[in-house]
Design a protein around this ligand. Sequence first.
Ligand code: PRP
Ligand code: MN
Ligand code: MG
Length: 185
Amino acid sequence: MEDFHTFLKEVLISEDELQTRIAELGAEISRDYADSAPVLICILRGGVMFLTDLMRRITIPHAIEFMAVSSYGVGQRESTGHVRINLDLNINIQDRDVILVEDIIDSGRTLASVLELLSARKPNSLTVCTLLDKAERREVYVPIRYCGFTIPDRFVFGYGLDLDDLYRNLPFIGVVDLDKYHPAA
Ligand code: PRP
Ligand code: MN
Ligand code: MG
């Protein structure tokens, strides 16, 4: 398998920059939800690195839950506009304060669908916390309460974001050099 250095065009957001901003977001959430025990819902798989770092920066009691949805398949780099629920929640979120945790919002279709689905379950509140906002790609409006970084329309990977299902483990957000990236057939 190719070492990522061969197709890494540049580091867009370094590990230090990510961790500094995540600490700020954790502090903000801890203040805003001081009187409730919110549920952080991680959208698998991309959101998992962000969730685990973010929760360590949240100083108030909170629960975590996972949901798996997919809008991009392996080999597809654009949203298909369809969102499939692959794994649903194990808890009832009625009257709970819910924070959806995502790695990136691109077209907005994934989160718009999840928000619609979850709001029907009558949570007390429902907000969105995304690490990255690729704002210029938005096709569907998504209300964002907490945002780590607004990024340009570049093909990014690492820190939860995959490149054909690999490289999610990298501790930074990198930009792919598409002239040099050759996925395994
Ligand atoms: C990616 C990303 C977001 C979504 C954003 O997930 O993690 O969940 O796409 O795109 P959108 O705003 O255009 O809907 P993906 O479907 O690739 O699944 P993954 O998290 O398992 O990689
Ligand atoms: Mn995802
Ligand atoms: Mg993906």
